[in-house]
Design a protein around this ligand. Structure first.
Ligand code: ATP
Ligand code: MG
Length: 381
């Protein structure tokens, strides 16, 4: 794999200059903060479609296990779609963030390679997307220091996602990295000046931190020509920003409630058969009052590229068993080609490592340019 001429990322990120002003950002700066992050959806989509070149995406995942259905419909599908629209993309394997909620990053290399396999099987193209592990990009991590000075300890402690992660943590004591996790994520996003971040709902509070860091940095260290160094990134939510797991909680790699994208058809059937539902026999789509049933209906609908209501109507009085049969068939049919592609790719681990190596090279060049700019506006050089 080579980086095609004219597509080297360092050249695509002019050193010292931010991206052009993003119209959504201008609107967002006048809007209440809570609305700004969650709004995304249709507005942002339309802006991206009109001008893919004015957008840059950063997303990523922790290498804590293989990706699941929540990842696919929460963010991965959106990444592939944006890539096809021609949006420049960075995808971070967030390896340092694994040790926020556990003492040791277990089987780190294996899990990192497994993420890359899932990405490529889903359709991310390493010639167009820069896929890298953030521990391999020192200048990115160095941004954490000035960024940490921009947020208060009280703000870090209030973050609802951090509180939720602490509640599910396997550690006996909460470590400092857990509290600085959202600021580290701000460095992941801002090192490449990304202005679009396709994420699930659990990441919205973190996105808010990244937006705050960008705004405060720009205010405290204005660029000599009056512009800010960093754009204010926007979350891009999908139609399934919070897919539930088999226990009715957020589907998560680390919570034993996930259906992996790479699971075989029988395992998928068994897991879905065991998914939590409710006692009402009639199947409806009503996320507010019937979250578990509605999440399953939505899953089938997304696999079949349909709206959830007619899927629920079709099952009608068939009950949970019929719902689960429908979901199983839909999932297995939708993911069969991706599973086959993943198995083929898995035969060449050398290639997967090469993708990460080349991604790190490109990410390093971008991070070094951004860090140089940060040091200049801070007066460090
Ligand atoms: P872990 O349990 O190790 O934290 P996770 O399943 O929560 O793993 P992350 O790596 O933390 O996965 O999240 C990666 C991305 O996937 C984030 O953008 C997150 O919002 C999104 N995501 C994770 N789980 C879901 C879900 N159930 N529904 C929708 N999006 C999700
Ligand atoms: Mg998580």
């Amino acid at each position: 794999m080579t980086v095609p001429a004219g597509r080297t990322v360092p050249a695509a990120v002019p050193a010292g200059r931010p991206l052009p002003a993003h119209p959504a950002d201008v609107a967002a700066s006048a809007a209440p903060a809570s609305k700004a992050v969650g709004r995304a959806g249709a507005d942002l989509d339309e802006l991206i479609r009109r001008d893919p070149g004015a957008h840059r995406v950063l997303t990523g995942d922790r290498p804590t296990g293989p990706l699941h259905l929540g990842h696919y419909f929460g963010t991965l599908q959106n990444r592939v779609r944006l890539q096809r629209l021609g949006v420049e993309m960075f995808v971070v394997v967030a390896d340092y963030q694994v040790i926020t909620d556990r003492d040791i990053a277990d089987r780190l290399a294996e899990h990192s390679e497994s993420l890359v396999l899932d990405y490529l099987a889903a359709g991310l193209d390493p010639d167009r997307a820069t896929i890298f592990a953030h521990s391999a990009v020192p200048a990115l991590n160095q941004l954490l220091l000035p960024f940490l000075s921009l947020v208060s300890v009280a703000e870090l402690g209030r973050n609802p996602t951090v509180k939720d992660e602490i509640a599910h943590s396997s550690q006996s004591a909460v470590n400092g990295l857990m509290f600085t996790y959202p600021v580290h994520q701000a460095a992941d996003i801002l090192f490449c000046k990304a202005n679009v971040v396709p994420v699930g709902q659990d990441q919205l509070p973190h996105l808010e931190v990244a937006r705050t860091v960008a705004r405060r940095f720009n205010e405290r260290y204005p660029h000599p020509d009056g512009t800010g160094v960093f754009p204010r990134p926007e979350a891009l939510l999908s139609a399934a920003p919070l897919l539930l797991g088999t226990d009715g909680g957020k589907m998560s790699k680390s919570r034993g409630n996930a259906v992996r994208l790479s699971a075989d058809a029988d395992t998928t059937a068994r897991l879905i058969r065991g998914a939590k539902t409710d006692s009402d026999r009639r199947i409806t789509y009503d996320p507010a009052t019937r979250p578990e049933v509605s999440s399953l209906v939505l899953l089938a609908a997304l696999c079949q590229d349909r709206a959830p209501e007619p899927v629920a109507d079709e099952i009608g009085d068939g009950g949970a068993a019929a719902l689960k049969r429908t979901v199983t068939e839909a999932v297995n049919e939708h993911f069969a080609p991706m599973r086959a592609r993943r198995a083929e790719l898995a035969a060449d681990r050398g290639y997967i490592r090469q993708v990460l190596r080349e991604g790190a090279e490109r990410a390093n060049a971008v991070a070094e340019a951004t860090l140089a700019e940060v040091r200049t506006v801070m007066g460090s050089v």
